[in-house]
Design a protein around this ligand. Structure first.
Ligand code: SF4
Length: 189
């Protein structure tokens, strides 16, 4: 039986291999319940880069009534990625669900060895003060040839690869508005 790579990924472990002419569940003697059994399947796109790989996400209502995101994987029907994902896309689940995610701002004072939890108000005020001080100290109005440039050379900005297009647009507008010339994006590094 001829099975293309795309068909194989579509069949996957769900069929237990029976569609390929053999039954794995019988050979190992164990019938497992899949975590995604009965889950709702939704199609989406990986937010990390412009390759635009397609994803399928599995969600299910938990006992407490909340919708749980169970799994995200490559969409086998996509002509772009044919069910595959690069290591970044393969961790897309962790954008939404990760025990290691830090849900609040942390601050380490100059010279301190420990991080301390701070409020968003403290963190944003601190950021704003530092940006203003660095911009004031490094703003260049003219280059060496006397050309008017009005740019800030003392701050660099790196966008995260999990930015949506809208977040990237907003960040670029804000940074260019401050006069920054050093902008980079993690997906390009
Ligand atoms: S980050 Fe990886 S999985 Fe996501 S779109 Fe780019 S290549 Fe595809």
């Amino acid at each position: 039986m001829e099975v293309s790579r795309r068909q194989f990924l579509s069949i996957g472990p769900v069929a237990g291999g029976s569609a390929l002419g053999f039954d794995l569940t019988a050979s190992i003697g164990v019938k497992q319940r899949l975590r995604i059994e009965g889950a709702t399947l939704s199609h989406s796109l990986c937010p990390y880069c412009a390759v635009g790989c397609s994803l399928v996400a599995y969600t299910k209502k938990a006992a407490n009534g909340k919708t749980e995101l169970l799994q995200i994987e490559g969409d086998p029907d996509s002509p772009v990625n044919e069910g595959t994902l690069c290591p970044k896309g393969a961790t897309a689940l962790q954008l939404a669900v990760s025990r290691r995610r830090v849900p609040h701002p942390l601050y380490r004072a100059p010279g301190a060895g420990e991080w301390q939890r701070v409020s968003w108000e403290f963190a944003l005020n601190r950021l704003a003060r530092n940006i203003k001080a660095a911009r004031d100290a490094t703003f260049v109005t003219q280059d060496a040839d006397g050309n008017v440039v009005n740019r800030c050379e003392g701050i660099a900005f790196a966008g995260g690869a999990a930015f949506s297009s809208e977040e990237g647009y907003l960040a670029t507008k804000l940074m260019r508005g401050l006069g920054l010339v050093h902008l980079e994006q993690q997906a390009r590094v």
